[in-house]
Design a protein around this ligand. Structure first.
Ligand SMILES: Cc1cc2nc3c(=O)[nH]c(=O)nc-3n(C[C@H](O)[C@H](O)[C@H](O)COP(=O)(O)OP(=O)(O)OC[C@H]3O[C@@H](n4cnc5c(N)ncnc54)[C@H](O)[C@@H]3O)c2cc1C
Length: 349
């Protein structure tokens, strides 16, 4: 691949907004690249893979993980160039007026337009600050719940007391053999109804307590016993477990927009202040999804899709001013002619 290759549009971020932008820019026949920091696409929907999503038009209740699969498949319809494990650190423009995206690997990406779809930035779970914890990440120390099934009949301890921790504890209580929860404070921070549900359930809570030590099994592969220390009394208890789930929130890295030497106007210091069409304050720069703020903003996946189509349409006209303002509806669009033939053929078989 030619490193100096110039793209019509480069999308930063592979969450719902970035993925739908990639699909739509393909529909608009733009040479497209998508860059994602994580080794997987899907954005923060990965935080809730088992949760049902009800509010995407035309989609019956669908688990987050399945929505990600479908978004990714749709995004790949027109085979955009996809770059994974790449963090865009800053953006500049070169003497040709093209964007240059600088990444942590040292690689540069060149593009006529950019759609920033970075959501809340790069999210990494706050790790458990206990000696040796990282060695168990490949066995039974988890920072997210990919499948409830995995914990069926197991004894599980959850560390954390926020919304998600309480929510997970309630869900696991239905499938696991036993659920413990440990929280460094005295009051759980979840929604009232969820907290009541948990406190009235069979789950056992240790308040003012944190995990102070992890004891491995004989093979040194899995956590066998978790030691909890009560910060008020100094008491130590040991709990035998099959799995440990840590939900201490996320570290958020949103340096990209701060680092970029371009006059990007921000709203509330965190969002790109854009128009309803996703235009930012720099020519050729657009935004879509959670990072964008405008008067008609809908902070839903459905809203991210609308932002994406608007941003792509504007980017298209930036690259090709004589192009129509919007793409042709898919049911009549020639771009799908051959693909439709194949699909109809399959349906007839
Ligand atoms: C627990 C929870 C439940 C939710 N439930 C629903 C629901 O039921 N219905 C609904 O409509 N919405 C729901 N949402 C909101 C929905 O997930 C978001 O609105 C949506 O994910 C926003 O998509 P996005 O693409 O804008 O951002 P994100 O999903 O945050 O994706 C941004 C992507 O950009 C990448 N990135 C960031 N910075 C860089 C960089 N510098 N370089 C390279 N890559 C970068 C990130 O790694 C990430 O993959 C929920 C959110 C949460 C947290």
């Amino acid at each position: 691949m030619n490193e100096e290759e110039l793209f019509d549009v480069t999308i930063i971020g592979g969450g719902p907004a970035g993925l739908y932008s990639a699909f739509y820019s393909g529909l608009r026949e733009m040479k497209t690249k998508i860059i994602e920091y994580q080794p997987y696409l899907g954005g923060k929907v990965h935080v809730y893979p088992e949760k049902m999503i009800w509010d995407v038009g035309g989609l019956l209740p669908t688990p987050g993980a399945q929505l990600v699969d479908q978004l990714v498949e749709q995004a790949m319809t027109f085979s955009p160039e996809t770059v994974m494990n790449e963090k865009v650190e800053s953006m500049t423009k070169n003497r040709h007026g093209h964007f240059v995206l600088h990444t942590t690997s040292g690689r540069k990406h060149y593009s006529k337009t950019v759609i920033t779809a970075v959501g809340s930035g790069i999210l990494n779970p706050q790790k458990l600050d206990v000696e040796g914890a990282e060695t168990f990440e490949i066995s039974n120390l988890h920072y997210t719940i990919k499948s409830l099934e995995r914990f069926k009949g197991k004894t599980v301890i959850i560390s954390g007391g926020g919304n998600s921790a309480v929510d997970w504890a309630n869900e696991l209580e239905q499938v696991a053999e036993k659920v413990y929860l440990t929280y460094r404070k005295g009051d759980l921070k979840g929604h009232e109804a969820q907290v009541s549900q948990l406190l009235e359930s069979s789950a056992e809570c240790f308040f003012h307590s944190s995990i102070s030590r992890l004891q491995a099994d004989d093979n040194q592969e899995m956590i066998d016993v978790v030691e909890l220390t009560n910060h008020e009394t100094g008491d130590v208890v040991e709990v035998e477990v099959d799995d440990v789930i840590v939900n201490h929130g996320f570290e958020r890295d949103a340096e990209l927009l701060e680092n970029s030497r371009l006059p990007i106007e921000m709203a509330d210091e965190m969002f790109v202040a854009g128009t309803v069409n996703g235009e930012a304050s720099v020519d050729g720069l657009y935004a879509a999804g959670d990072i964008l703020k405008h008067d008609g903003k809908l902070n839903l996946i459905a809203g991210a899709f609308q932002d994406a189509a608007n941003a792509v349409n504007k980017a298209k006209q930036f690259v090709q001013p004589e192009a129509p303002a919007a793409g042709l509806i898919s049911s009549h669009n020639e771009r799908f002619k051959d693909k439709n033939k194949r699909i109809v053929k399959q349906m007839m078989q």
